[in-house]
Design a protein. Structure first.
Length: 96
């Protein structure tokens, strides 16, 4: 579980990132969760964009992705989700 200070730090680190995944009409599926988990292992911090044609609620999408990838939900702002997961082999981000 992240503290408020850690989330604030991660939001500042994620500000300049571009979304590398998009959730569309199909919603969240197992393959997407697997790929996001692998991306988190390499990058630790990623953004996911929710497209206009996504039929699910953005809060539900964020929770499903965080739970499936065993990651921390840092922020949901607009149609963008920020996820963090500490890497076991490729640790780059040091939390305050």
């Amino acid at each position: 579980m992240l503290t408020g200070k850690q989330k604030r730090y991660l939001r500042s680190q994620a500000h300049h990132l571009s979304p590398i995944f998009q959730v569309g009409k199909g919603g969240v599926n197992d393959n997407m969760i697997k790929q996001i988990g692998e991306a988190l292992e390499v990058r630790e911090l990623i953004k996911v964009s929710i497209l206009q044609n996504c039929e699910e609620d953005r809060g539900e999408v964020a929770e499903a992705l965080a739970e499936g990838a065993e990651a921390e939900l840092v922020q949901v702002i607009g149609n963008t989700i920020v996820l963090y997961k500490e890497s076991s082999e490729n640790k780059q981000i040091v939390l305050p």
